[in-house]
Design a protein around this ligand. Structure first.
Ligand SMILES: [Zn+2]
Length: 475
């Protein structure tokens, strides 16, 4: 008693309550958490902010590389050569515009490395702030940033060795969303049947040299109100069994741990030649799969791999718009669910930033592949986009509209050309199978109204900020 709490009430015309849509909800927020959820309140009471449309728990974008946003539109087949931002600025690979449009993941990666070479803490802050503001406009309230751009282009640490990671945390704060910084160990430049290659070119700025030195730097990162610190191993290409998966897992047992897994068949083939095992098996044999682990992509798995991931009890993060953009393939999402994995969703390379598109793509990809319907319900897909996504980022108290949960939610309009028509009780289905990020009207994070009537309240001109930050990398 006596402690003053900031109380705000929101009246929700319709709300997604985890399994179904309910009308006429009064949501009371005290400080940054939901205090009460009352149903059957037919009209907005005086003083309440009315959110018309369908309010969903905040969306969790569980896999992001913020700098990839600079590649949107410029790394497509037919894109004019020489328009890659930062072309030739940092990779030292002689790419200044003579490169043809990338036709595979690996040639796309070369273009991506050009951008990676051009960033410093200030320019990365400006870019990430704009990208995270775009996410808020898309209803995303929490991002998992898989971060490996640690050092200066030649690999020398900055005076503050965590300057880049701290820039990302600050950028999310300015954009009004939560972040889990998945600080990534990236020690090798790939592998072949004979062993691991050293980091080369732009990759040098990804590496700390050894797992111990990664751990020293990582240990100095601090979370704050809107930010948590998690960990990642880039992939089995970038971290070897000799670097110590088991020790890594023990050191990071209390935080979310993510890893790219089997996005490419070439990774599986090289791993089998060198280690005699698939990446999933190599990691299982080294004690890596735990309930706090998330395997990102998990596209090319054997039946044995699927069983191992299910036994580990962790999460699989699907990034369908990136996986199709990069011609990766379609991961076995229903099989992983049946094996016991939870699913989260990520926009990864930000070909688009639209969690509704990610969610429906999981089902639509499966329909095209299986030529049957009904692999995922809207409720299952929304759970991946909200509750399970947040859990995989270390925010188990977000992603639900219930008392005690963090007051993170987003509202989509039900009167746009895409969403008008269905009865309100099917608004959840309409959201997953027809809505886009452009239908988002409100985003509230920790009780703070970050997007109001489709306008970001903290970043005045989000498209202008994106254009400026990306344009600056071309010079
Ligand atoms: Zn990724």
């Amino acid at each position: 008693m006596g402690r003053s709490r900031v109380q705000v009430t929101y009246w929700l015309e319709n709300a997604w309550l985890g399994t179904h849509t309910a009308p006429a909800i009064l949501l009371t927020v005290a400080d940054d958490r939901i205090a009460e959820v009352r149903t059957g309140v037919d009209h907005p009471p005086a003083g309440a902010t009315a959110l018309r449309g369908l309010t969903l728990p905040g969306l969790a974008n569980a896999h992001s590389h913020a700098f990839h946003r600079a590649l949107r539109g410029v790394a497509q087949i037919g894109a004019r050569p020489g328009t890659a931002p930062g072309g030739g600025a940092g990779s030292g690979s002689g790419v200044t515009g003579a490169r043809s449009a990338p036709t595979s993941f690996w040639s796309w990666r070369d273009v991506m490395y050009d951008v990676a070479g051009a960033l410093d803490p200030d320019s990365y802050f400006a870019l990430a702030r704009a990208v995270y503001a775009e996410m808020a406009l898309a209803g995303i309230t929490c991002v998992g940033e898989f971060h490996y751009l640690h050092h200066q282009p030649d690999g020398t640490p900055y005076a503050n060795p965590n300057a880049m990671g701290e820039a990302l945390i600050a950028a999310a704060g300015e954009a009004g969303i939560r972040i889990t910084l998945l600080d990534t160990a990236y020690l090798h430049g790939g592998f072949t049947r004979t062993g691991y290659r050293p980091l080369e070119g732009v990759q040098r700025r990804f590496g700390d040299g050894t797992a111990d030195r990664w751990y020293d730097r990582w240990s100095r990162l601090k979370g704050e109100g809107h930010a948590k610190v998690g960990a990642a191993v880039h992939s089995v290409r970038a971290f070897s069994d000799r670097d110590g998966y088991r020790l890594f897992a023990e050191r990071t047992a209390d935080v979310p741990v993510h890893i790219h897994l089997s996005e490419q068949t070439a990774e599986n083939q090289a791993c089998t030649l060198l280690h005699g095992r698939t990446p999933a098996r190599l990691l299982a044999d080294n004690g890596f799969w735990r309930p706090n682990t998330t395997a990102v992509h998990a596209t090319h798995l054997t039946a044995g791999d699927i069983a191992l991931l299910g036994t580990g009890g962790g999460t699989v993060c699907m990034c369908p718009t990136t996986e199709r953009d990069l011609a990766d393939g379609i991961g076995p999402a229903p099989q992983l669910r049946r094996a016991g994995c939870r699913m989260s969703l990520g926009s990864d390379s930000h070909a688009v930033i639209d969690l509704f598109e990610e969610a429906r793509a999981v089902e639509m990809n499966e329909r095209l592949q299986a030529r049957t319907r009904g692999h995922w319900t809207a409720a299952q897909l929304l759970r991946a986009a909200t509750d399970d996504g947040h859990a995989s980022l270390g925010w188990p108290d977000a992603g639900r509209l219930e008392p005690g949960a963090l007051a993170d939610f987003t509202t989509i309009a039900l009167d746009t050309v895409r969403t008008a028509g269905p009865p309100p009780r099917l608004a959840g289905e309409a959201a997953v199978f027809a809505a886009t990020a452009a239908d988002v009207r409100h985003t509230v994070v920790g009780g703070r109204h970050v997007v109001r009537d489709g306008r970001h309240q903290l970043v005045q001109d989000v498209p202008g900020s994106l254009a400026a930050a990306i344009g600056a990398l071309r010079h």
